[in-house]
Design a protein around this ligand. Structure first.
Ligand SMILES: NC(=O)c1ccc[n+]([C@@H]2O[C@H](COP(=O)([O-])OP(=O)(O)OC[C@H]3O[C@@H](n4cnc5c(N)ncnc54)[C@H](OP(=O)(O)O)[C@@H]3O)[C@@H](O)[C@H]2O)c1
Length: 407
């Protein structure tokens, strides 16, 4: 089977890949495992919908396949008079074979975003991604990013993606919740040579992606966008399927706080397509003074949100974002924005990574608020985790009531 050959050729995890095929035909000896619906004439979309429904109804199907250690799921059938075999592995890599069922004319393609390039229906990708996530389970962690529990209970086994996600689960009442995600060195530095790139790691990126999975909006200061050439990274199809199942769009929206509007309008922040998904334009949060002077070029590529007169009033900006339906906000910094949010008592949670580096040079801390009264409020450690490289992940939440009224 061509999909299996293609899958085997690109498989990098040792041992042959275990492929689960969804089909209405009886099992073939070359195919390791088959879930057959038993009714001929189903389209691939029907077959996937049928098995998603079965997974919802019968937990045992999911458990059995996870115990068998499925690496990839494939569906086969007819689309537009052509035979297709379409597989996806746990990392979201796709494999498509198109052609005549028994003839020599067959084309194999693999990679990410293959279904879109080969003009398969978007719904087919979304359904296959959901089944991959349910039946094959989460992908194995990248090298160096195995993570265990530290506190409240020390864990002896590595957490898989779903267990790790559960450690960062949002509280039941999270309407308008604001999480700050940061990374710093042992001595509290948030950037080296003007960027946080040297502080991050595969474990930090793993946790960051999981937190982002629950976000409907990412909030940043313009300094971070300029320093990091900021743009969203592509999510895998199974990650997007999980977001959809959570009632979220494929990618979070992005909002940037700026006074100067000094942003590269051709930069990654303004790219409207990520991994084949069309994104809404970024929201630029500006004070009225900046909105009055902006040129039409900005208005063409961004959505302007005005809050405050000379400076952005962050309280007002967050209220407006909530009124627009953004209820799960992740703030990615930087220090100036994070400092003001802390001073204004607008943060609900801090997810920080401490990397095992002692840098002993001058540089910003994770907050750089205005001089004056220190931020008030008590914080409590909600959870801590540790990765195999010694990165410490701390999750702090508010202890006791905050004065803030969440709208
Ligand atoms: N370690 C980490 O977790 C982490 C995370 C993020 C960033 N960083 C690092 O932090 C550094 C950037 O720090 P930063 O403090 O300059 O970044 P920042 O907070 O991202 O951006 C500051 C900018 O945001 C705008 N801004 C902030 N508050 C405003 C307000 N009330 N009204 C209007 N505009 C406002 C201004 O933009 P305009 O200048 O456009 O007016 C200001 O210059 C970079 O080196 C980055 O790599 C580290």
């Amino acid at each position: 089977m061509c999909v299996l050959e293609e899958l085997s050729a690109t498989w990098r995890r040792g041992g042959p890949p275990r492929l689960l095929t969804i089909s209405h035909r009886p099992p073939k000896p070359t195919v390791p495992a088959v879930l057959a619906s038993g009714i001929d004439g189903h389209t691939p979309l029907d077959l996937l919908a049928h098995w998603i429904d079965q997974c919802h109804r019968h937990r045992g199907i999911v458990n059995t396949q996870r115990d068998l250690g499925v690496d990839a799921v494939a569906v086969s059938g007819e689309i537009d008079g052509q035979h297709i075999g379409y597989a996806m592995d746990r990392n979201g890599l796709e494999y498509v074979v198109r052609g005549q069922r028994h003839g020599p004319e067959r084309r194999c393609t693999s990679g990410t975003d293959v279904a879109a390039r080969t003009r398969l229906p978007v719904l087919l990708t979304e359904r296959l991604a959901e089944l991959v996530w349910r039946l094959a389970g989460p992908p194995p962690p990248a090298a160096g990013s195995r993570i265990r529990d530290m506190w409240p209970a020390a864990g002896l086994i590595d957490l898989d993606e779903d267990e790790l996600h559960e450690r960062y689960a949002l509280p039941a009442h999270h309407e308008g919740y604001v999480r700050l995600v940061t990374v710093s060195s042992i001595d509290g530095l948030a950037a080296v040579d003007g960027s946080s790139a040297a502080l991050t790691s595969s474990g930090d990126q793993r946790v960051y992606r999981l937190i982002k999975r629950d976000a409907d909006l990412l909030l940043l200061g313009a300094g971070t966008v300029r320093a990091e050439q900021y743009g969203q990274t592509a999510l895998s199809a199974p990650e997007i399927a999980r977001r959809r199942a959570n009632g979220l769009p494929p990618y979070p929206a992005v909002a940037v706080v700026t006074r100067s509007l000094d942003l590269d309008l051709g930069g990654p922040l303004f790219h409207r397509s990520i991994g084949g998904h069309r994104q809404p334009p970024p929201i630029l949060i500006v004070p009225a003074a900046a909105a009055a002077d902006h040129g039409t070029a900005v208005a063409d590529v961004a959505d302007l949100l005005v809050a405050g007169d000379q400076e952005v009033n962050l309280n007002q900006a967050l209220q407006t974002l909530r009124q627009r339906g953004h209820r799960r906000i992740v703030c990615e910094g930087g220090p100036s924005l994070a400092g003001q949010l802390a001073q204004a008592d607008l943060l609900d949670e801090i997810c920080m990574t401490i990397t095992p580096q002692l840098l002993a040079v001058a540089g910003p801390r994770i907050t750089a608020g205005p001089a004056g009264q220190p931020a008030g409020g008590q914080w409590q450690l909600h959870r801590s985790l540790l990765d195999e490289q010694g990165n410490l992940f701390l999750r702090y939440t508010r202890s006791g009531p905050s004065d803030r009224q969440v709208g």
